[in-house]
Design a protein around this ligand. Sequence first.
Ligand SMILES: Cc1cc2nc3c(=O)[nH]c(=O)nc-3n(C[C@H](O)[C@H](O)[C@H](O)COP(=O)(O)O)c2cc1C
Length: 414
Amino acid sequence: MPEKRIALRNCGIVDPRDIASYRKAGGFTAFMKARDTMKPDQIIDEIKKSGLTGRGGAGFSCGLKWELAGNTKSSRKYLICNADEGEVGTFKDRYILTHDPYGLIEGMCIAGLAIGATKGFIYLRAEYHALFNLLSDAIVESKRNGFMSHMDIKVFEGAGAYICGEESALMNSIEGRRGESRFKPPYPPIQGLWGRPTIINNVETLMNVPYIIKNGAAAFSAIGTGRSKGTKVFSVSGDVERPGVYELTMGSSLNELVVDLAGAQGIKAIQIGGATGNILPGRKIDTPLSHETCLGSGAVVVFNQTRNIVDIVHNNILFLHDESCGKCTPCRDGLEAMKEIFDRLVKGEGIQEDIRVLEELSKVMSLASLCGLGQAAPVPVMDSLKFFREEYTNLIQQSAYVRNYTAQGLSVTL
Ligand SMILES: Cc1cc2nc3c(=O)[nH]c(=O)nc-3n(C[C@H](O)[C@H](O)[C@H](O)COP(=O)(O)O)c2cc1C
């Protein structure tokens, strides 16, 4: 199936440095329609009816979130675009920001009208510093052209921590506090940045907003599956011939994405959604990509037959262990214990008991961690134990043989 471009509609078509080029392609007509002909609750209603869900990972209804913030009384409300994009293997937001900054600003301007925000932030991943001027210039131009009389937008550069992509840690970061997750409730639409109602949306989520307002909710909700409407932008990397950013209708199969478009062959496993994402074996290639199955941030990393699954999960755990904010015990100590086990496993010092301990730790962490990092960290561990258990048991058995032989003073070559 060919790509269907909604979020990426202007990428490669408009000049990202020229507002006139964006306007020539129909840019800001959706904003003017919203501003001149719709009331805030009509905008929210249209987004609700479209079925647009968050593209940053959690997949929550965008319209419901906006409604909550819209209905909360406050003299000041905030809108934050989450452009932290720290998820391993995810680079679609960078692609969007590079090629269509005005598309994002138009989406933010409409969101600001809908919820009544007077101040907006683009929380930009520290490593995307090269995009700072492009985005800041686009804000200045949009203001000069009269599209931002209701709201100011500022680009805020992140501090380079994965946890700061988590919405509550992100707000702490903007407030100048340590990047740690907050206890929830209260949720940001009620009490967010500096205690005020705040909407936090991913870049890709906001890119869909002008399309929906311009073409109507029905045009968007007609595409996709039951719970997953519209399209999804994927970042595909790993053992593929054509790595890159692809936009497909929700519900398209993994095969269409990684084989037909990205040219993968001899697939052993695919990780979907980053370091805390599902790991599927190659035989699950017909899995549809949607919130109902697996999606996350849209990172898709392909591994061929030469890859070692325990090594892959070890890498995930090393990353998450480094990036855990340490605020809650299940995530902090759970990842410490998982790292210790995986370090031993790959050194050939694993024992059978390690598998049981990994499974128990996974249960506790997913149930008791404060935020998505600790809650989802066990996902690749559990999936790899489900689909590639023999890689763990073979490694442990091999290690036991080696220990046995070396204890007898014999040398072993594996
Ligand atoms: C550890 C962690 C990192 C996250 N990083 C990002 C990120 O880089 N970008 C993003 O949009 N969402 C990220 N999220 C999800 C956000 O917390 C939040 O759900 C999202 O920004 C909401 O926007 P959406 O509803 O448009 O998806 C992360 C979540 C967790 C737990």
